[in-house]
Design a protein around this ligand. Structure first.
Ligand code: NAD
Length: 488
């Protein structure tokens, strides 16, 4: 778990521009923001910072882009989207490298994210051709009652830094599949992969103005775009606090929204589970992307009889995580993506310890250069500590013993979050009961398999609403128009 200067990799500097109305451009003021490598804390590039006038250009382009894109048949739109997916596959190595350098995750994870992005485009390219309406039987002979699905209009989408490809690609692909245009505000911390995604759509032949990409000061951009009459639909991925704010603003302007927000996933380990496999699989899931995953397992509720055994195996798996620069072969966990996260995770652990928690492993920053934090396991954590209530969004696992089913479910459902939940048991009956009892948008039992393009992805309660996967996702980008027609 050592991170040394010698295993950090030098990278070239880059500049990411805005993409508006089919061309790459700097902001009207030429203002930029700095992009850092979280492994070294070195500046590795800049990204253009959009001004109000740039947003006006993007809005104008998105309006014209919408009129042009919706006229292209679903069959043709689907072909263009699949070409974009193929381009991403052919560029995956370069995109993945940029992703690792800007965001920190290991190269293998970055590559998998990029290729998965192409699969997401393919899935929605297929759904594009299936946005069926319906014909409702009339009460009077000779009447045709039609339900027609129409794209809602220009979309304003906001995607975060933890999955620079994966969160952005869902928003762009769903919008385009439905026939909408989109203005994406990408993540300022990790702009490069997002720009490559947009470049693939442009190279594939998406019409001018249908996809626009901006970066800047998040609140300035969202306040302006959400309120603007051109924008008809909002999609946001990020924290619950920001999501509630944006949802309120969208409500004021009667805009449709998809909100994919924070989580605090419970993992219920019943005493009949395969403890060996559960510990290995859940530890890999916990430390993926250094825990900066909205569906990351956080509260490990372990039945008393197997608590010590599970804890021992989970700690062993945690100690086996190889923390380092994501470009180094063999690294299984990179640094946290930015300094805010490092400070936040340190605060979570300090607060837990102040409330009586014991650190079974980890619990500290690694080195003083790069935002590295060790895989951390806490026990005896007070329910009043922050880590038991707020999303840690970092490599911190909390172990909590439970005695019976009802107690475990009560703790799992205690928080206002409801995004992902996990359970391990060999009993089909317990699996059925827990799947029904946990208040969560997604429940994964005896394995970890969430977020494929073809399955729903979204939360309930404070974790948001709407789906960013499966056939449900495209519904939120379509209006239903009822047309009733009588023969003359
Ligand atoms: P943050 O809440 O400031 O930002 C989270 C994301 O929202 C960022 O991408 C940011 O650019 C964007 N954002 C912030 N304010 C915005 C606004 N007014 N309008 C539009 N976009 C806005 O916090 P952060 O330090 O970047 O991340 C920490 C927290 O964010 C985490 O604890 C986690 O809960 C949440 N988060 C969730 C996801 C997810 O996948 N659901 C992804 C990233 C961050």
């Amino acid at each position: 778990m050592r991170v040394t200067e010698s295993n950090k990799v030098d990278v070239m500097s880059s500049h990411t521009q805005l993409f508006i109305d089919g061309s790459w451009r700097d902001s009207s003021s030429n203002a930029t923001l700095t992009v850092l490598n979280p492994s070294t804390e070195q500046a590795i590039g800049t990204v253009s910072r959009a001004e109000r006038s740039d947003l006006d250009l993007a809005l104008d382009a998105a309006q014209r882009g919408f009129f042009a894109w919706r006229e292209i048949s679903a069959f043709e739109r689907s072909k263009i989207m699949r070409t974009a997916a193929d381009l991403i596959r052919s560029r995956a190595d370069t995109i993945a490298r940029t992703l690792t350098v800007e965001q920190g995750k290991p190269l293998a994870e970055a590559r998998a994210e990029t290729l998965n992005g192409a699969d997401i485009i393919d899935w929605f390219a297929e759904e594009c051709r299936r946005t069926y309406g319906r014909v409702i039987p009339p009460r009077v002979h000779g009447i045709y009652q039609l339900v027609i699905r129409e794209p809602v209009g220009p979309v304003a989408a906001f995607s975060p830094w933890n999955f620079p490809i994966n969160q952005a690609v869902r928003k762009i692909a769903i919008a385009l599949a439905a026939g909408c245009s989109v203005i994406l505000k990408g993540p300022e911390e990790t702009p490069g992969p997002c720009a490559e995604l947009v470049r693939a759509f442009d190279d594939a032949g998406v019409v001018r103005g249908a996809v626009n990409l901006v970066f800047g000061v998040p609140a300035e951009i969202s306040d302006y775009l959400i309120a603007h009459p051109t924008v008809r639909k909002i999609s946001f991925t990020g924290s619950t606090a920001v999501g509630k704010r944006l949802a309120a603003l969208a409500g004021m302007h009667m805009k449709r929204i998809t909100m994919e927000l924070g989580g605090h996933a419970p993992v219920i380990i019943f005493d009949d589970a395969d403890i060996d496999i559960a510990a290995k699989v859940m530890a890999a899931s916990k430390y993926r992307n250094a825990g900066q995953v909205c569906i990351a397992p956080t509260r490990f509720l372990v039945q008393e009889k197997v608590y010590d055994l599970f804890l021992e195996k989970f700690v062993t798996a945690s100690n086996g995580i190889r923390v380092g620069d994501g470009l180094q072969p063999g690294t299984t966990m990179g640094p946290l993506a930015h300094e805010r996260r490092l400070q936040a995770v340190e605060n979570f652990v300090d607060d837990a310890v102040e409330h009586g928690a014991e650190i079974e492993t980890g619990g500290n920053r690694i080195g003083s250069n790069g935002y590295y934090f060790s895989p951390t396991v806490l026990t005896h954590t007070s329910q009043n500590s922050r880590v038991m209530n707020d999303e840690p969004f970092g490599p911190v696992a909390v172990m909590i013993p439970f005695s019976d089913f009802d107690g475990a479910v009560a703790e799992a459902n205690r928080l206002p979050y409801g995004l992902a939940a996990y359970a391990w048991t060999k009993s089909a009956k317990t699996a059925n009961l827990v799947g029904a009892a946990v208040e969560s948008g997604m429940v994964s039992i005896n394995h970890v398999a969430l977020a494929m393009p073809e399955v729903p992805f979204g939360g309930i309660k404070d974790s948001g609403y709407g789906s960013e996967g499966g056939s449900e996702a495209i519904e939120a980008y379509l209006n239903s128009k009822f047309v009733t027609q009588a023969g003359l």
